[in-house]
Design a protein around this ligand. Structure first.
Ligand code: SF4
Length: 324
């Protein structure tokens, strides 16, 4: 029997090439090896979202990107978190056995408190319990995580161990699948690519929009003129080129240091590399966009399949907690 993976993403709308290189490519590969459950975690999004007017549109855009890059509803379960209400019941029950001190020590909670001082809600502190509920509800035994997310998964494992110790062997304790999520630089040269920073290229952009965005990107700030020698190791265009066309990047390091190539030439190489890589994905996205009914069907079917597993878990949870 295949091991089962659970992974989720908040509905942030259109995804960018950082999301593609950082997670989606890996999710697509995992589909052949694992039984994958991929969830658009809309309830999680509410912990930091007071205006929900774009929520449905964001779910729609995200699903389009998922399908366009190759997530396959025939292979994986693709669904929206809130479409399987059992998750909120399990969240409540796990909340009863999770000490508040475990939640207050989570580093991301402390970061969020600083970020959204005006909206430190109950859901925010309980975020890791909801995350644990997502994973164990679908009996996932494997969770792909980066090194920095290991403490979160460890908390899920602690909650599961505590539950099983109190009520008998009930929940599956998931293991981490340590995954290297490449750090994709943003176009402003100030850190990683993010929608919030506006330094990103959306998967769904047109070729012209992609070109226009890259043309205005920052490079090595020391290169004011073409005759200035450059430092490719600090240049985001150079790094991105390595991620999209490692072969095409050969020789650029030396040419840049000797001022034998200009940034415009480099950017043109990157524009071509990204547009070539995204072209089939963008074409598929357009086809999918033309058929919104089919998208709805995918989410409905995904939720039905997810719910069968969820109901099975909840029967056992209720029974062992003596709620039945
Ligand atoms: Fe970066 Fe290329 Fe310009 Fe060098 S020539 S600074 S690698 S864009």
């Amino acid at each position: 029997m295949k091991h089962r993976i659970f992974s989720g993403a908040r509905p942030t709308g259109r995804l960018h090439i950082g999301n593609y290189l950082g997670a989606l490519q890996n999710w697509v590969k995992l589909q052949d090896e694992y039984d994958c459950v991929y969830c658009i975690v809309d309830i999680h999004a509410l912990t930091s979202m007071e205006d929900t007017s774009n929520l449905q549109a964001n779910i729609h855009e995200m699903l389009l990107d998922w399908l366009a890059v190759g997530l396959d509803p025939q292979k994986s379960i693709l669904f929206v978190q809130s479409h399987v209400p059992e998750v909120t019941e399990l969240n409540t029950l796990l909340g009863m056995i999770t000490p508040l001190s475990w939640l207050l020590r989570v580093p991301t909670f402390k970061d969020k408190v600083k970020l959204q001082k005006e909206n430190v809600n109950y859901g925010l502190v309980g975020y890791p319990v909801l995350m644990a509920s997502d994973i164990v509800l679908y009996k996932a035994d494997t969770v792909p995580v980066g090194e920095d997310q290991l403490p979160h998964l460890e908390l899920t494992r602690e909650i599961v161990r505590r539950f099983n110790c109190l009520f008998g062997e009930t929940l599956v304790e998931p293991k981490a699948k340590l995954t290297d999520f490449p750090n994709v630089p943003g176009l402003d040269g100030k850190g990683k690519m993010s929608k919030q920073a506006g330094n990103h290229i959306e998967i769904a952009m047109t070729e012209k929009e992609t070109a226009d965005k890259i043309k205005t990107a920052f490079t090595d700030p020391a290169r004011l003129r073409r005759s200035d020698p450059g430092h490719p190791e600090i240049c985001n265009i150079y790094k991105l080129l390595g991620q999209f066309d490692a072969e095409g990047r050969n020789g650029i390091d030396e040419k840049c240091r000797n001022a034998e190539i200009g940034c415009v030439e480099c950017k043109n190489l990157l524009i071509k590399a990204i547009n070539d890589a995204m072209r089939p994905i963008r074409e598929r996205r357009k086809e999918l966009e033309a058929n919104p009914k089919a998208l709805e069907g995918i989410l409905t079917e995904g939720a039905e399949r997810a719910r069968v597993i969820a109901q099975d878990t909840m029967r056992l949870v209720r029974k062992n907690m003596k709620l039945l």
